[in-house]
Design a protein. Structure first.
Ligand SMILES: [Zn+2]
Length: 368
């Protein structure tokens, strides 16, 4: 290896070290593994576990360490990992167009679901997504991204993350409950329409991705998250259903309905997802996202070495189920949103999903 790589190749914003090294290796026609050994050092003398050394990467690329640290979160000592997703995903193709050497993989902030500048849906990281979808025909998703960013500005990334994860689950259960919930002028009619746009019926199997199912409900989920994140509504929601002294719980469901275009919304079923949230989650602290460094432990360069075999198998299985009946709601209820712990509250029980539930719980326990 020469002391310095001859081509000047800057890192892309938010890029992972692995992605950057892979591009450098491709452009210089060197073996990725050798490059990795060159710029890393063993952890605690264990040759199988290595960690990147900023100064070595700086020597190899010719960019000063603080310059690299601005782009590469793994090299910045003050990276707030809790504010970033726990798994890398491809960058927006237009944002990263000027970076040669292959696909740029990066860590997005928790609230990045769309590139508003280039009108792409990014969604949460997903194995099924070969290339990002343009949103020219779905500007409502871009507007929702803008609203989402404003919520984060006001309340902070972690409260909004908690609120949105629950909003996704609540929306999914409502979607599953079907016609009795989707009456009148409710916005819920949009979900099926958007789903058909995002995953056309003719191409269900190939176009399926969990990320696109999230996209179908994203605008309403952001609206609901705006309610769930507010301390005043969290406090009101904790009042018991049917409390004779206050109408706080009803005020809360009424406001919930109003945000979905429904007047006087008072669901009486105690298992309604809004009540489940109010009873079990409103009084609790925010859920804390899992972070990228947690997933790096034990792997040689921070990212799993082989193709994600298990994830791919699960993806194809989900795509097969989806193609049959297009039950996107079920798909979302049982999907573990990246970075979020398993939330069992909204699983229908008891019922035909007991086995699925047990499997998910066992997997979650294993990963811990
Ligand atoms: Zn972009």
């Amino acid at each position: 290896m020469p002391r310095r790589l001859p081509l000047a190749v800057p890192p892309a914003a938010g890029e992972t070290v692995k992605s950057y090294l892979m591009r450098l290796a491709t452009l210089h026609d060197v073996i990725y593994g050798e490059l990795w050994i060159w710029v890393s050092t063993p952890i605690d003398g264990d040759p199988k576990r290595r960690i990147i050394v900023g100064q070595r990467l700086a020597d190899a690329t010719g960019y000063p360490p603080d310059h690299l640290a601005k782009a590469l979160p793994e090299l910045a000592p003050d990276t707030e990992w809790l504010h970033l997703r726990d798994s890398p995903q491809p960058a927006c193709p237009r944002c990263s167009a000027r970076h040669p050497g292959g696909a740029v993989m990066r860590l997005f902030p928790l609230h990045a679901y769309a590139c508003r500048r280039h009108r792409y849906w990014l969604g949460p990281p997903d194995v099924g997504e070969d290339s990002y979808r343009r949103l020219d025909d779905l500007p409502v998703l871009l507007a929702a991204q803008r609203k989402h960013a404003r919520l984060v500005h006001t309340w902070g990334p972690i409260p909004v993350f908690d609120a949105l994860i629950h909003a996704f689950k609540i929306s999914s259960v409502l979607w599953k409950r079907g016609p009795e919930e989707t009456f009148g002028h409710s916005r819920w009619w949009h979900w099926d329409q958007r789903l058909d746009q995002l995953i056309p019926k003719k191409n269900s199997r190939n176009a399926f991705s969990h990320s696109r199912c999230y996209a179908a409900v994203y605008p309403e989920a952001v609206t609901i998250a705006g309610l769930l994140v507010r301390p005043i509504w969290r406090a009101r929601a904790t009042f018991p259903l049917g409390d004779p002294d206050t109408d706080h719980r009803w005020d809360f469901t009424c406001e919930f309905g109003r945000r979905l275009g429904l007047d006087d919304y008072y669901p009486e079923d105690q298992k309604h997802p809004v009540h489940l949230w109010a009873d079990q989650h409103a009084p609790r602290p925010w859920l804390i996202p899992t972070t990228f460094p947690e997933h790096r432990v034990g792997s040689i360069d921070g990212v799993s070495p082989g193709p994600p075999v298990r994830a791919l198998r699960k993806h194809h299985q989900a795509a097969r189920y989806f193609t049959g009946k297009r039950h996107a709601a079920n798909t979302l209820i049982y999907h573990q949103h990246p970075g979020a712990p398993v939330i069992e509250t909204y699983y229908p029980r008891p019922g035909p999903y007991a086995r699925q539930r047990m499997r998910l719980a066992a997997e979650a326990a294993q990963e811990r």
